[in-house]
Design a protein around this ligand. Structure first.
Ligand code: CA2
Length: 144
């Protein structure tokens, strides 16, 4: 089983600012953490980060027929991107949406997620461990 872990814009800047919201760990830590979680779940994993909406759409399309599950933190595109929503719907790959912060207890505009319309589950506000929850949950779900 192979998972694709997608991170959207500015997540490569983790740990640099706003530790009160996103924690102190940097993006390299997040990638190591995600790879360990995939090992523990017994799944292969590829990671992808981009600051560009179209690049994320392209990567989702490339996953068609090759990837069994997607874990995505679309970052700011969560709240704006019909294109990423449509890409996820077009490939039909089981997807879990993750947010480090609790998007429901922040600004009003963060409460709406387009991507959640294509996700089997959304995990928000659990910090970086939310990625592990997503990976383990999706692996269990796909083995049912
Ligand atoms: O909580 C999350 O994981 C978010 O997806 C993170 C996004 C934000 O736009 C979403 O509403 C919620 C932001 C990504 C990273 O932003 C940084 C800001 C300052 C310093 C480092 C990263």
């Amino acid at each position: 089983m192979k998972f694709l872990i997608i991170n959207g814009p500015n997540l490569n800047m983790l740990g640099i600012r706003e530790p009160g919201i996103y924690g102190k760990q940097d993006f390299a830590y997040l990638l190591d953490y995600v790879k360990q979680a995939c090992d523990d779940a017994g799944v292969e994993c590829e990671t992808f980060q981009s600051n560009h909406e179209g690049a994320i759409v392209d990567r989702i399309q490339e996953a068609y027929g090759k990837i069994d599950g997607i874990v995505i933190n679309p970052a700011a595109y969560t709240h704006t991107s019909v294109a990423i929503l449509d890409a996820l719907k077009s490939v039909g790959i089981p997807t879990v949406e993750v947010h480090i912060s609790d998007i429901n207890s922040r600004e009003e505009f963060r409460k709406h997620s387009y991507v959640s319309l294509a996700a089997k589950k959304t995990i928000a506000g659990h910090g970086i461990p939310g990625y592990r929850e997503a990976i383990l949950w999706l692996a269990d779900e796909l083995r049912k």
